[in-house]
Design a protein around this ligand. Structure first.
Ligand code: ADP
Ligand code: MG
Length: 578
């Protein structure tokens, strides 16, 4: 076997010889990893070509971060890691943001990045785009591997695949050194290198004692509730979740990306009773949900006497913020099945008055919410509520459409207004509440499901990923991007405290015509100022099954500072300013 570096200018004599890149492409394909989102350049351009040649769908982006958001969303929806391909240095760093975000959100993905020659990086000699990428990524992602020789590539792919999907899913970084990408080897020698990992995502069965304990606690509860998180959506055990909710008769509350796991209008839905559950429930069963900041870290309004049952794959999650009375560590499929089984022999002690109370509260809150929407119907210029009132019947009438949603007020108000009826049909900025997942998630969702996608974006949020509307158009995806333009971060009425004529820090572009971005790339584009125009445009756009862009002109004073989470700001503007 001869081994040469292609950086010497040698080309392999295919098919007798192949490069590391070829081996990597083939190993990915052999493992069924068939969607790659990326941005080409030195040293990975040929890798993208070879992946495409292998039959991997290659989706080229304008910004690595968006390619990464696509890979992550693809992973969340399919349980199969989406692949992100990045170049060295800045490309790697741009993509890494998405890989870290995927890790935080428990989405499986693999970032593959070319990296500069180890000799230069390790000696800090100023080689081309040199950066110690592996060590930058390692502390921030679920797992990281650096591959120096072509013969290790199939092992590296298998390990990355396993790490991404097994246990708590997450983002994995695969650093492939430029010399390894270009290494030339005899093809005949490579045959024995390829393999398929056996059972990359094994079931993790919870202990019978943990299941007994959980069921005993649930049985004794007077005011129990089930809280569903996006881990429950990810697990794709929709029938079992439905069975658990319906056979127990318990109220359930879905976190934002668990909406639709059971329909939001299900008779046991306690979506409108979040505070009451926190304050009054005596036992809450968390299923694939974490007691993180989105749930006040288990404190705040939560009943201090309340007890938790937590179903999670990660043992470290237990007692993270509050003691967990009944931890059930295992994969959700196994854990929910075991609990269902155990429940057959058990009579639950829920007080019927509890469910009645939650139902009455749901009726009252929903009526109030409907009144609120009604009262804003005619707001002109439109407010978020007027626009959402127009959008609600169209989206709810198309429950198969996947909704991507980010922004501040645009996020909060859309989540509250639009009911979801199907599992995994809502993708949003999730655990970190980050802005800048929009266009990438649209692309990832479209490829993962083949379904139509509608993104509802704040104008600021859209700005982070807007250029990748081009990618939606290049692949002619059935996707509509709706931008709510209120001219700023939170709103467009920020005041410049220096009064020097500059825009305020939160001020953006109230007079912009974002729909021209749609026009630039050939999408059908709309500029709407009235609710009935918006409803008509959205209905047409969804029906067209093509790329569409809708600019929704809102009032600059629609929306408040930080939306629903203004309380997290450490300083308020009314404090004296020097
Ligand atoms: P949410 O934001 O909706 O509350 P999180 O992302 O915070 O949801 O929590 C999801 C939880 O689900 C994580 O703790 C993760 O470990 C867990 N999880 C993800 N997939 C599985 C699975 N297949 N089985 C068990 N737990 C899972
Ligand atoms: Mg805005």
């Amino acid at each position: 076997m001869t081994t040469q570096k292609s950086s010497t200018g040698n080309a392999p004599h295919f098919p007798e010889q192949v490069t590391g890149m070829y081996i990597l492409a083939k190993a990915l394909k052999d493992n069924g990893l068939d969607h790659m989102f990326g941005l080409c350049g030195i040293p990975v351009t040929d890798l993208a070509y070879l992946c495409q040649q292998q039959g991997i769908k290659y989706v080229g982006f304008r910004f690595e971060q968006q390619a990464g958001m696509a890979a992550a969303t693809y992973g969340f929806l399919t349980k199969k890691p989406g692949l992100l391909l990045t170049v060295s240095s800045l490309g790697f760093l741009n993509g890494l943001t998405a890989t870290i975000n995927a890790t935080v959100n428990c989405y499986p993905m693999i970032q593959i990045s070319g990296s500069s020659s180890r000799e230069h990086v390790d000696m800090n000699q100023g080689g081309y785009e040199d950066l110690d990428q592996y060590n930058v990524a390692k502390p921030l992602v679920k797992a990281a591997f650096r591959v120096n020789k072509a013969s290790d590539l199939p092992i590296a792919v298998a390990r990355a695949f396993r790490a991404a999907v097994s246990g708590r899913p997450g983002g994995v970084y695969l650093d492939v050194v430029e010399s390894c990408l270009g290494e030339i080897v005899d093809n005949s020698a490579t045959k024995s290198w390829y393999f398929k990992p056996v059972d990359p995502c094994p079931a993790m069965i919870p202990s019978p004692e943990s299941v007994d304990r959980a069921v005993r606690l649930l049985a004794g509860a007077k005011r129990p509730a089930i809280l569903l998180g996006k881990g429950a959506a990810y697990a794709q055990i929709d029938d079992k979740i439905k069975q658990l909710v319906e056979t127990t008769g318990l109220p359930f509350f879905p976190m934002s990306m668990a909406k639709g796991l059971l329909p939001d209008d299900h008779p046991q839905s306690a979506l409108s009773c979040r505070s009451t559950i926190m304050e009054e429930a005596d036992v809450v069963m968390l299923i694939g949900a974490r007691l993180n900041w989105l749930l006040s870290c288990g404190h705040g309004k939560w009943n201090p006497e309340g007890k938790f049952i937590q179903l999670d794959i990660d043992p470290d999650e237990m007692d993270c913020n509050r003691p967990i009375a009944a931890p059930v560590v295992g994969d959700l499929d196994s854990s929910v099945s075991a609990i269902l089984d155990k429940l057959k022999d058990v009579k639950l002690g829920m007080d019927p008055a509890w469910m009645e109370k939650l139902k009455a509260e749901t009726r009252e809150k929903n009526a109030r919410f409907a009144d609120r929407l009604e009262s804003h119907k005619k707001d002109m210029p439109m407010t978020h509520w007027a626009a959402l009132d127009a959008i609600k019947p169209i989206l709810e009438g198309n429950p198969d459409v996947i909704l991507v949603n980010e922004g501040a007020n645009t996020l909060d108000d859309t989540r509250d207004t639009i009911n979801m009826f199907k599992p995994r049909h809502r993708i949003d900025c999730a655990t970190w509440a980050i802005m800048g997942m929009g266009m990438g998630s649209v692309v990832g969702a479209a490829f993962a499901t083949g379904k139509s996608v509608v993104a509802i974006e704040g104008d600021s949020a859209f700005g982070f990923s807007g250029m990748d509307f081009a990618t939606i158009c290049r692949f002619n995806l059935p996707a509509t991007v709706v931008v709510f333009n209120n001219g700023g971060i939170y709103n467009g009425i920020g005041v410049n405290l220096a009064h020097n004529g500059d825009p305020a820090p939160t001020t953006l572009d109230i007079d912009a015509h974002y729909e021209k971005i749609g026009e630039a790339f050939g999408a059908k584009s709309y500029y709407v100022t009235r609710p009935e125009e918006l409803a008509k445009a959205l209905a047409e756009a969804i029906a067209s099954k093509k790329p569409n862009f809708i600019h929704v002109q809102l009032a600059a004073d629609s929306g408040k500072e930080s939306g629903h989470i203004g309380y997290l700001n450490p300083e308020a503007l009314q404090h004296p300013i020097a």
